[in-house]
Write a protein that binds this ligand. Structure first.
Ligand code: EPZ
Length: 430
């Protein structure tokens, strides 16, 4: 088991490059099997979730050639099976994107039903509602979702709740259905747009992605393409908040500033300065931070994937703040860990009431999930003394070279795998 060990207190200063968006990449990799020609995908983040999904894609018989850490070629012409095992689904829920991709292409798919997860119950009823509306027969038996159709027929689908996953999964299946599909109340996240752009680059007819009505004219075949994934807005936001928490000065490069507007707005509210460039943002946070209120919402609202990082900032801001989580019911699992570092947070239902303290103090904590894990690292960077973050495999699901990027900004952080190494680090920094 590996840990991060951190000596806090250094302001982060310098420049950091952001990688490709994990959540866009997961859907794009799944969609790439829909062509029978070679699809080249670039700006792929080299993180655990991506590597698991590539395993699942290989597992159904597609050719997967990893050109380098950030580039992959996929050819779906050799697919021999329509069944995605629980082995993959249990490691990464997003393998369910293969349901939409296989159903669209072959009109048949079997994917293990994902269970609950670290951030709460994660239903997939809306995905299934969409497939059924397109004419598929969908059954759940023996832990498998089996979807099958003679023909998929375009239709009008209203999503009762805004869902990134359902929007993307339905969009993929509809891209190869007969006729026209309209998805209403669609998710507008940048990665929904990226997946639509990717499918269109393979010959799909998708219009309106990025608005709440997506119109899709189905095509019979998709063809080869070369595509570069958009930058990861959550990785970018995480570094922006790390800069703020440590009272640093960091330029976050290779980003689309428009995608960071909600994150930027909150940093301005707490009193940091944010300068926007064409493809970079600079965060300077010299003064003490102020309290504020934040509610997570679908894009363009404040992202739930930045909620724990926001709470960490507010934990050391002046006054009392509130953080309301409106997307997932169990995303405050980090609160007890942060309390061990000196935070004063009370959770009532889906609201965290945070009374700012002057500083965090280092402690041994465990990452409860991906984003909360990253947030605890930020707290450690801002804390007095040594913080050890356990269970960092969660963090490695979505952040590439996290500790190296932080160290390049002046953080004292190392990845270790034994008590001896922790002691060695502690001696070195004391
Ligand atoms: C995506 O999850 C992301 N994952 C999550 O990122 C992110 O937190 C989430 O969107 C919200 O932005 C990937 O893209 C792989 P949803 P997803 O469907 O698609 C409810 C991270 O840290 N819902 O938009 O699963 C659901 O319970 C991860 O990178 C239904 O009720 O999220 C939630 O309340 C974690 N029925 C809301 O909709 C459904 O069929 C939004 O979920 C589907 C969802």
């Amino acid at each position: 088991m590996e840990q991060y060990v951190i000596k806090g207190g250094n302001p982060l200063v310098g420049e950091v490059e952001i990688g490709g968006a994990k959540n866009a990449a997961l859907a794009i990799l799944a969609a790439s099997i829909m062509a029978d020609e070679t699809v080249t995908i670039d700006n792929l983040p080299d993180v655990r979730d991506i590597n698991v999904l590539l395993g699942a894609i290989k597992g159904i018989g597609a050719i997967v050639e990893r050109v380098d850490a950030h580039t992959v070629k996929i050819n779906g012409s050799t697919i021999s099976g329509m069944t995605v095992d629980y082995e993959y689904i249990k490691k990464i829920r997003a393998s369910y994107y293969l349901l939409g991709a296989l159903l669209g292409k072959y009109k048949k798919a079997e994917v293990a039903l994902p269970g609950g997860c670290d951030i709460g119950s994660r239903p997939i009823d809306l995905h299934l509602k969409g497939f059924r509306a397109l004419g598929a027969k969908v059954d759940i038996q023996h832990g498998l979702i089996a979807a099958e159709a003679e023909h998929l027929k375009g239709t009008h689908i209203y999503l009762d709740k805004v869902s990134v996953g359902a929007t993307i999964n339905i969009m993929m299946a509809a891209a190869m259905a007969e006729g026209k599909t309209i998805i209403e109340n669609a998710a507008k996240e940048p990665h929904v747009v990226d997946v639509a752009n990717f499918l269109n680059s393979m010959g799909a007819g998708i219009r309106g992605a990025g608005t709440d009505v997506i119109r899709i004219v189905g095509v019979e075949k998709l063809h080869k393409t070369e595509y570069s994934i958009i930058p990861d807005q959550i990785e970018a936001g995480t570094f922006m908040f790390a800069a703020a928490a440590t009272r640093g000065d960091v330029t976050v490069k290779n980003v689309i500033p428009k995608h960071l507007e909600a994150t930027t707005a909150k940093l301005l509210e707490v009193g940091c300065e944010v300068e926007e460039f064409d493809d970079a943002v600079r965060v300077v946070c010299a003064k003490p931070m102020n309290h504020t209120q934040v509610t997570t919402l679908p894009y363009p609202g404040f992202p739930t994937d930045m909620q724990p990082q926001m709470a960490v900032i507010l934990g050391i801001a002046q006054g009392t703040s509130t953080v309301t989580e409106s997307i997932f019911e169990n995303r405050f699992k980090y609160v007890d860990e942060l309390t061990r570092m000196g935070a004063t947070i009370k959770v009532e239902s889906n609201i965290a009431i945070i009374t700012g303290v002057e500083k965090y103090t280092g402690a041994r904590v465990s990452a409860p999930d991906l984003r909360a894990g990253a947030a605890l690292v930020i707290a450690g960077l801002a804390a007095e003394g040594i913080t050890i973050v356990d269970d960092i495999y969660y963090i490695e699901r979505g952040y590439e070279h996290f500790e190296e990027k932080l160290a390049s900004l002046g953080a004292q952080i190392e990845k270790v795998s034994s008590e001896k190494e922790i002691q060695k680090f502690t001696l070195k920094v004391s």
